[in-house]
Ligand binder design. Structure first.
Ligand code: RRO
Length: 315
């Protein structure tokens, strides 16, 4: 069975692709994604200027202290706007897969400049605005300030090009956030949402060494992987019930196998991104997830991902 889907009107040949921030900072890694079974190529969030990011150690990929999870405080390391524009250009000449640019910022103005640059270039298939980086101070988490989300989306000039955009959201835990953010999404021309980003400011302690495990920010960073899947599923479904099928939903958080992907599909996702499991299991993870999801759908008598979407039963 084909696991094809579509996000904001762009066709995807598969259901799973890389989550932002994992093996997507330089062209060589992005080209490898092109050669893999990843359904798309998502670039690392970029700022206008290149950034080295935080001090090492800043990324725990595998540890018995957090089995199945990762902890990062990369601090938005990226090669900057010019380099990322050239990556998109190069990937679009060598690849058929959708290429997704990701933008992040320290100010509203930076978001508007970055957005305009990718719109003017006109080569990326989609643009993901990262409103949820947990590692760059209070201002990084735009998603927790609905008025600021509304303001940025109001000021984006979407008339110049026709690239659809979406927003990457932080995990929410309160009903009013889902109501408020959904209203804003429906009010603007948002094509998709990706939820969730890592769980911010998590502290992992090595009891034996009586120490933190990463250096930045008093040892705190974004937690990803197995432990955050229930929160990601709840965010996907909370938006799915409010967005009235008008907006594509990309589920991210703890997807490591076909069953995880199927759970996100039941919750209402149109596709999934794979972060921690991709960091831990590398490029074959996409083939594995697609094969397993295929088997599950076939065994349950579904003929496409669309047939199973949002079919979660409530007790
Ligand atoms: O670079 C990072 O520290 C980072 C980003 Br931009 C993000 O969106 N999420 C994350 O966990 N780390």
């Amino acid at each position: 069975m084909k696991l094809n889907t579509s996000i904001a009107g762009i066709d995807f040949d598969g259901f799973a692709y890389n989550a932002c921030g994992v093996n997507d900072e330089i062209l060589k890694q992005l080209e490898k994604l092109g050669d893999s079974d990843s359904a798309a190529i998502l670039l690392k969030s970029c700022s206008i200027e290149p950034r080295k990011g935080n001090e090492n150690p800043k990324y725990i990929v595998k540890s018995n202290l957090i089995p199945g999870c990762t902890l990062n405080s990369m601090g938005l390391s990226n090669r900057g706007l010019e380099e990322n524009l050239s990556y998109v250009d190069s990937l679009k000449t060598t690849n058929k897969k959708p290429v997704i640019a990701s933008l992040t910022c320290f100010s509203k103005e930076e978001h508007l400049i970055l957005f305009k640059a990718f719109q003017d270039q006109g080569k990326a298939d989609l643009i993901e605005l990262n409103f949820s980086c947990p590692n760059v101070g209070a201002h990084g988490l735009i998603g927790y300030y609905p008025e600021l989300v509304d303001e940025i989306l109001t000021q984006l000039d979407t008339t110049k090009g026709n690239i659809k955009y979406g927003i990457k959201l932080p995990p929410y835990f309160e009903e009013w956030y889902f109501d408020k953010i959904s209203d804003i999404i429906l009010k603007h021309n948002v094509g998709f949402i990706s939820c969730i980003n890592t769980l911010g400011n998590a502290l992992v302690i090595d009891a034996e060494k009586e120490s933190t495990v990463i250096k930045p920010n008093f040892g705190r960073g974004g937690l990803g992987g197995d432990w955050i899947k229930p929160i990601a599923l709840s965010n996907v479904n909370s938006f799915y019930r409010r967005l009235d099928r008008k907006i594509s939903i990309v589920g991210v958080g703890g997807v490591r196998n076909g069953k995880d992907a199927f759970e996100f599909l039941l919750a209402g996702a149109d596709s999934v991104q794979v972060g921690s499991a991709f960091a831990q299991e590398s490029y074959p993870i996409f083939t594995k997830i697609h094969n397993e999801l295929n088997q599950i759908l076939e065994s349950k008598g579904y003929n496409s991902v669309q047939e199973a979407k949002g079919k979660l039963k409530f007790l």
